[in-house]
Design a protein around this ligand. Structure first.
Ligand SMILES: Nc1nc2c(c(=O)[nH]1)N[C@@H](CN(C=O)c1ccc(C(=O)N[C@@H](CCC(=O)O)C(=O)O)cc1)CN2
Length: 285
């Protein structure tokens, strides 16, 4: 039997409906959550993601502030905008769209953000909170993946999870979130230095693939009934593809596809982080 698809859109719509009500409650108390975005350069993918973030904000009643800078902006020019958003009371949270052009040091810029306004949990203080298993904003894709798996009844406590990729937005925080006490999974993180990827994927109940390499994981590399989550995205002439080969559908029980799987949850979890923070500030949480 073919694997059942785990689709992100219906889950995201339910979360958005709840967020709209929470934003209305905040507004009734005179608090307006405001999301800022900083986009550097003209990468079409990043432009589309940022446009989507502002559309999503409008849908749930979050105001939004858009900062666009040319690809050749200097470090000082970018840092001036970060400081401006840190100080802008209308901006309750913001993000710096990644990746930045090569001449800009992402870690240095992220570190300059006010960690209390870090809407996608990528400031070192908030990543540190994740290491400590303390409360803080979670990176959006890992938060979305855990939500999706739980919504489909996947038992994560005690599960063996193989995460492919060790980047800052997905792989590293994914491992930390999955091993938090609240989630309680056992995690193996695989990356370009892994010598026998198949040995790790075959041992896993859940495989989360964020490498951005089409056909990296085939059906033969999975345990029967495994749960697959595609997060790496490659743009090909045939459209967007994830890291799983088409034949995994014969072996897996559930699969979150690219497109249409985790992506809509990545988007909505940004809104959730903004609303969570605004409620904390209002003493409503
Ligand atoms: N500051 C951040 N930068 C980046 C993040 C992030 O969480 N914070 N993640 C990605 C880009 N991203 C959001 O910013 C993002 C990626 C994918 C999707 C999405 O909806 N994907 C769709 C496919 C749509 C398409 O790519 O054309 C899907 O999978 O169905 C939303 C947001 C890197 N940068």
């Amino acid at each position: 039997m073919a694997a059942t698809p785990m689709l992100g859109k219906p889950l995201a719509e339910t979360i958005k409906a709840d967020l709209s009500q929470r934003v209305a409650r905040l507004r009734a108390q005179g608090i307006t959550p405001g999301l800022g975005t900083i986009l550097v350069g003209d990468d079409p993918g990043s432009q589309a993601y940022v446009r989507g973030k502002h559309r999503d904000c409008a849908q749930v009643g979050i105001t939004s502030i858009q900062v666009e800078l040319p690809a050749e902006v200097s470090r000082q020019g970018l840092e001036a905008e970060v400081i401006r958003l840190n100080e802008d009371p209308a901006c309750t949270g913001y993000i710096i769209q990644l990746p930045l052009p090569k001449h800009l040091d992402e870690d240095r810029v992220l570190e300059l953000m006010d960690p209390d306004k870090d809407a996608d949990g990528l400031h070192p203080t908030n990543l540190g909170r994740l290491v400590l298993d303390a409360e803080g904003p979670l990176p959006c894709t890992p938060r979305g993946i855990v939500h999706m798996l739980r919504a489909h009844g996947v038992e994560l406590s005690g599960a063996e999870v193989c995460v492919i990729g060790r980047g800052t937005t997905i792989g590293r925080p994914m491992g930390l979130l999955l091993t938090s006490r609240a989630v309680n999974a056992t995690v193996t993180t695989c990356h370009t230095g892994t010598t026998d990827l198949a040995a790790h994927t075959r041992a896993a109940d859940v495989v989360i693939a964020g490498a951005g390499v089409p056909n990296l994981v085939t059906g033969q590399m999975l345990r029967p009934g495994a749960v697959c989550v595609a997060v790496g995205i490659t743009r090909t002439e045939e459209g967007l593809v994830g890291d799983f080969a088409a034949d995994v559908t014969d072996t897996a029980s559930l699969i979150a596809p690219v497109p249409g799987g985790v992506g809509p949850l990545t988007r909505v979890m940004l809104l959730a982080n903004v609303v969570d923070r605004a409620e904390q500030l209002a003493g409503l949480d």
